[in-house]
Design a protein around this ligand. Structure first.
Ligand code: NAD
Length: 289
């Protein structure tokens, strides 16, 4: 039960009804008898600045998990950013220190990698495709480069977003081959849908197949690839259904969200500290597939 001694973390976005973090965090706190609670805030875009200012003086606030559409705005309002949040221009978690300082990080990509590790994927030497150069796709692409993929292909229907992401990644990771086209999926170890294509609402609204790539290109998918989707509803998107039918390993959107919990909680200081950098430790490069 929330009382006068309870320390608070919040998740802020708009809309907020769909988020699962409050259940996940509060179950975790309750199971350990920890006097901490998460509340969900439906935060109007025009009040994000006022909220950040209030957060500096909110003395029992430990941190903020930031979701769509506020990740970019919050990054501008933080006092300190980690280098990856700075490069991505977005923050999905903010720690409030005792003196009111707000420090932002972006751990979407680490949540993705944490889940992918559970499917036997590790980046060094691998070839990956990320479809979608928006907030989540950029974070995943950055984390894949940080952890040592050899080649990263990027696709997006928005050419400006695509070239901005490619420029930023080439600057930070000159050793990774960044390509902006894809004629075949045959050599890829990882294919990630980081677009909203395949979401239940979009599927209801259109008679589209809900696939982020043309059928002919998907025909070239290797059964050895891991195919991942960031879309959380439906659980099995049309892309994941197709990949499963081809014998590929699949990773659901919910797995990425779940794997983020420890990074978010650890960064805010309400769960044991986990160093996301541990995912960056070089591991022996597996034989190229
Ligand atoms: P965004 O709008 O920032 O980016 C989406 C990108 O996809 C855009 O750049 C857009 O141009 C591109 N795109 C759209 N249709 C495309 C197509 N057919 N082919 C290629 N590119 C296309 O959105 P975002 O914040 O990155 O979120 C993307 C999805 O990720 C949403 O569905 C969101 O709900 C989901 N999400 C999942 C998690 C999780 O933990 N699983 C976390 C955050 C967001």
């Amino acid at each position: 039960m929330i009382s006068g001694t309870t320390e608070i973390v919040v998740i802020a976005g708009a809309p907020i009804r769909q988020v699962k973090s409050p259940q996940n965090f509060n179950q975790w706190f309750e199971s350990r008898g920890q006097d901490t609670a998460m509340i969900a805030i439906d935060l109007a875009a025009e009040r994000v600045g006022a909220f950040a200012e209030a957060a500096r003086g909110w003395q029992n606030l430990r941190g903020v998990v930031v979701t769509v559409p506020h990740k970019q705005v919050f990054a501008k309002l933080c006092d300190v950013l980690t280098p990856r949040a700075e490069a991505l221009g977005a923050a999905n978690v903010i720690r409030r220190d005792a003196n009111g300082t707000l420090t932002g990080d972006m751990v979407d990509g680490f949540g993705f990698l944490g889940a992918a590790g559970g499917h036997g994927f590790s980046s060094p030497g691998r070839k990956a495709l990320v479809i979608g150069a928006g907030g989540v796709g950029s974070a995943i692409a950055f984390a894949l480069c940080e952890t040592g993929v050899a080649q990263l292909r990027l696709m997006d229907v928005n050419p400006d977003r695509l070239s901005a992401l490619a420029t930023m990644l080439r600057e930070h990771f000159p050793n990774v081959e960044i390509l902006l086209s894809c004629d075949s999926l045959a050599s890829l170890d990882l294919v990630v849908n980081a677009t909203p294509i395949g979401m239940a609402t979009a599927l209801d609204a259109a008679s589209e197949p809900g696939l982020p790539l043309p059928a002919a290109l998907l025909d070239t998918l290797s059964p050895g690839a891991l195919v991942a989707d960031v879309v959380t509803s439906p659980d099995i998107t049309p892309l994941l259904a197709l990949a499963k039918a081809k014998g590929c390993r699949i990773q659901k959107g919910a797995e990425m969200a779940k794997a983020q919990l420890e990074f978010l909680g650890g960064f805010m200081g309400v769960m044991p500290a986990v160093d996301p950098e541990r995912l960056l430790q070089p591991t022996q490069a597996p034989a190229a597939s």
